[in-house]
Ligand binder design. Sequence first.
Ligand code: SF4
Ligand code: SF4
Length: 125
Amino acid sequence: MEKESFVLIRKKMNRTQKQLAELLGVSLKAIHSYEQGWRKIPLHIERQLWFLIYQKKTKGGKKKTQPCWERKSCEMKNECSAYEFQCGDMCWFVCGTKCDCTRDVDVREKMQVCRKCKILKSLLK
Ligand code: SF4
Ligand code: SF4
């Protein structure tokens, strides 16, 4: 995750750096480092952030958005874990998805693909 996205999500969550540090269970120094680009943002922190912004945006999952298989006219859904577990608005969170380029990759590579995808990017709108 880029530091700019990290800062944007913190601001969307109305958190100070100190408050976000508490929420993520990391030190204030770590938040400074992520935002300044001194330290790479770990994948587990990024996934936690996306999860929290998703929860906030959808009011704890109650405000459902159109699932990925509809938004992307997906022909692979019957083979995909996101469809199996009916998490078409959190497909970026689960492994075993079958979208272009997320097939047969590990979670780090998957996030690289998802970061460019409209499904994940729409969480920041
Ligand atoms: S995650 Fe990708 S492959 Fe899976 S159902 Fe959604 S759009 Fe289709
Ligand atoms: S690329 Fe990622 S965010 Fe986009 S539909 Fe596939 S799993 Fe979801």
